[in-house]
Design a protein around this ligand. Structure first.
Ligand code: CUA
Length: 345
């Protein structure tokens, strides 16, 4: 069938492309609930990176315009028509052309490298700010460990809390292989490398919840190595830190929780997981305040009793390559253990 010269199939294809473009543009232009974009930066670092991106793009557009104009002139003004004599060829060793060929690209590199180098130095101050919140970030296959290095000594996983409008100094380390720490709205990504401490210093300027993602291929569950950053008001951050520093692990007010606590304390879980006051494992996430997190398994699943129960019995099914072994328990034991974990607020 033909509709005005375009077949239905072609029309469908064009419509599909337009819809895809519309979705793409909507993704760029809107302000999604949990933005994972670099073009709506919400930190000083993010603003510098976005500004650099815009500067480089504008230089690129200028160069593209010059190239297109030159090309068009060459095709339409300087071409030889049928029957005309060919124009005299330029001497291969014309020194003027050599100078243009050398200075042109050098200027382009200069225009791009000056703002780039300035941004690099600006985002890595030699002296860290005095009132910064210092946090150690450790990349593991496949989850993120966050240790608060100032007074409170809080430890958590996959959900980072930072205060708004205050410098945050993240010291990035890797436990096993190279990872890369990236929260698009909060600034540039930085590699997390074994045997080396890298740093990100930033000031977040808008409270909210932000998505982060490991940005360096690090094995089977690289794509599942996500995390969240909660930018809190100073009051929210202070109360969060206070709650995280407390040790509710000792509290198990009901029989079911007491049973769950007993199962946990005597289980192989304690080899890998710390619940401060109960166990000291460090291969897996610190579970001291596990119930206060909104997600688990590196930010992939909502923290619900059903998901936790599934995870305990078969982690690999939920996250390919997960290092945690299956844990075989009766359904009563599983319910008690899940209730205990969820109670760790
Ligand atoms: Cu860690 Cu990719």
């Amino acid at each position: 069938m033909r509709t005005g010269g375009i077949t239905t199939m072609k029309f469908d294809r064009i419509a599909a492309i337009l819809v895809a473009l519309a979705f793409g543009l909507a993704g760029c232009a809107g302000r999604p609930e949990r933005p994972m974009t670099t073009i709506h930066p919400t930190s000083d670092f993010g603003v510098w990176i976005n500004r650099l991106y815009l500067q480089v793009t504008l230089w690129d557009l200028l160069i593209l315009t010059i190239v297109i104009i030159s090309f068009t002139l060459a095709v339409f003004v300087f071409s030889t028509r049928a029957g005309e004599a060919a124009p005299p060829s330029t001497a291969a060793s014309d020194i003027r052309l050599e100078i243009v060929y050398t200075i042109g690209p050098a200027l382009v590199i200069l225009m791009i490298s000056i703002p780039t180098v300035r941004t690099v130095f600006r985002s890595q101050p030699a002296v860290p700010p005095k009132n910064a919140v210092n946090i150690e970030v450790v990349g593991h296959q496949w989850w993120w460990e966050f240790n608060y290095l100032d007074g409170s000594k809080v430890a958590t996983a996959n959900e980072l809390h930072i205060p708004v409008a205050r410098p945050v100094r993240l010291q990035l380390k890797a436990y096993d292989v190279i990872h890369s720490f990236w929260v698009p709205a909060l600034g540039g990504k930085r590699d997390v490398i074994p045997g080396q401490v890298n740093e990100i210093i930033l000031i977040a300027n808008e409270p909210g919840e932000y998505y982060g993602q490991c940005a360096e291929f690090c094995g089977e569950s690289h794509a599942n190595m996500r995390f969240r950053v909660f930018v809190d008001t100073p009051e929210q951050f202070a109360s969060w830190e206070k709650a995280q520093a407390a040790l509710p692990a000792k509290l198990a007010p009901t029989d079911a929780l007491a049973e769950g606590a007993k199962i946990f304390a005597n289980s192989p879980c304690t080899t890998c997981h710390a619940v401060r006051g109960v166990s000291k494992g460090y291969l897996g996430p610190d579970l001291t305040h596990f119930g206060s997190r909104t997600t688990f398994a590196s930010g992939v699943y909502p923290n619900t009793p059903d998901n936790i129960a599934k995870w305990i019995t078969n982690p690999v099914e939920m996250k390919p390559g997960a290092m945690m072994p299956n844990f075989a328990v009766s359904s009563d034991q599983l319910a008690a253990l899940t209730a205990y974990l969820e109670s760790l607020k």
